[in-house]
Design a protein around this ligand. Structure first.
Ligand code: PMP
Length: 405
């Protein structure tokens, strides 16, 4: 049965045991990237120490074993997000590459001049810029779906902006700046009524939510491995089979072809069609190892732990003069804050000197920060390996920093 034992969990993360400026590291930047458990690190080491071989090529035992594991990892991801078919899981380098793939294949083929792509204002740049690029290429238009002052989407505006011209709606499942959980269920249902497809950026959601792409009825769902306890350089594009089948390939090269001649080339079936070149086999296996590891942990207990720590952190810093939590969301794993009259980077530097790692800046979300009238925030993002002691250290360090500044 699934368990939640914080001491056991922490022991799995060698990176958390280090010192930073002579103090034990307090890692509060898991929304940027999570630390990696030993099983993930060992999976990479085991792969390169033993099974390393190219996949889907040649005919020796090592390549056969590597291919079997690589395809098994795909099945693990399929079950993790409850996709109907394993061919609907495409390996990418991460969420960013997956979003660009959708823009440059599906969108580039579908969009006509005058068509609209409705993009939420609280997106990471990775879910804005690919749409701007394809809009430029096709004559389509990117339309902003605004947020409200409380950092939730303006659903009344959504109802107005969603029209027969809308061909694509691009929205994050959870926003990286404030942890806002967007109502993607109703967005997807409404978009489908208008015949639009919905691209969900799940980068911040996968480590915290149980994902069921079939229940969501998401057309596309993307995420990166590195925010899910796996290494950087591996990520996932989920797409409905009918959409993926109809999409042209993107990168050309080995494995994505059936037959190449100088008169023309025919392409592989899914998922190979979108996986040109030698893939990141170790990354795929490590991502599957991370998913298997996570599935052993009591999800409800882990999320309750994270929410409790977040509340402790907010309660601990609330009294600081001029401090304001930006767009506080219930039950998020992270929060952003600013301190009036003090630059966020100065605070981050003073925290770093006390061993506290968090993110300061615009969080790759210029439009959202602009809407808030801010140049940056400090962001505390928690994972299941954080402790009450981490929070106490952060609270004390922030008080000290603010006293100094
Ligand atoms: N979307 C969101 C909401 C994110 O938080 C991030 C990572 N900060 C990305 C997309 C991009 O992910 P990656 O850089 O791993 O491709």
């Amino acid at each position: 049965t699934a368990q939640f034992d914080i001491d056991m969990i922490r022991q799995q993360f060698p990176a958390l045991a280090q010192q930073c400026h002579g103090q034990p590291l307090v890692y509060l930047d898991s929304a940027a990237t999570s630390q990696k458990p030993l099983v993930v690190i060992e999976t990479i080491q085991r792969y390169y120490s033993g099974h390393n071989a190219n996949v889907h090529r040649g005919s020796h035992s090592l390549t056969a074993a590597a291919t079997a594991q690589f395809e098994q990892a795909r099945t693990t991801v399929q079950h993790f997000i409850h996709a109907a078919q394993r061919e609907e899981i495409i390996w990418t380098r991460g969420a960013t590459e997956a979003l660009n793939l959708i823009a440059q294949t599906y969108a580039r083929q579908q969009l006509q001049p005058g068509d609209e792509i409705l993009v939420s204002e609280l997106e990471h740049h990775a879910n804005i810029v690919p749409w701007q690029i394809v809009a430029e290429q096709t004559g389509a238009k990117v339309v902003k779906l605004p947020m409200q002052p409380d950092c939730t989407l303006d659903m009344a505006a959504f109802a107005q902006l969603l029209t027969p011209r809308t061909k694509i709606v691009a929205v994050a499942h959870i926003t990286n700046v404030t942890g806002t959980r967007n109502p993607i269920e109703s967005i997807i249902a409404a978009a489908h009524q208008q015949g639009a497809v919905v691209v969900v950026d799940g980068a911040q959601a996968v480590a915290h939510e149980k994902i069921d792409v079939q229940v969501l009825d998401a057309d596309f769902y993307v995420f990166s491995g590195h925010k899910l306890f796996a290494p950087a350089g591996i990520g996932v594009l989920y797409g409905k089979r009918a959409l993926l089948d109809a999409m042209p390939p993107w990168h050309g090269g080995g494995k994505m072809v059936e037959k190449v001649t100088f008169d023309g080339t025919t392409f592989s079936d899914l998922p190979g069609k979108f996986e040109a070149g030698t893939p990141n086999v170790a990354g795929s296996l490590a991502l599957a190892a991370a998913i298997d590891w996570l599935s052993e942990i009591d999800h409800t207990a882990a999320e309750a732990h994270i929410h409790r720590l977040r509340q402790l952190a907010i309660d601990g810093i609330r009294e600081i003069d001029g401090l304001r939590v930006v767009g506080l969301q219930p039950d998020a794993s992270l929060f952003s804050f600013v301190v009036e009259g003090v630059h966020h980077q100065d605070i981050a530097t003073l925290l770093d000197q006390q061993g506290i790692a968090l993110r300061a800046g615009h969080h790759c979300a210029h439009p959202m920060l602009d809407a808030l009238g801010l140049s940056g925030t400090l962001r505390v993002s928690l994972a299941l390996y954080n402790t009450e002691q981490d929070v106490a250290r952060f609270v004390a360090a922030l008080h000290k920093a603010c006293d100094l500044l």
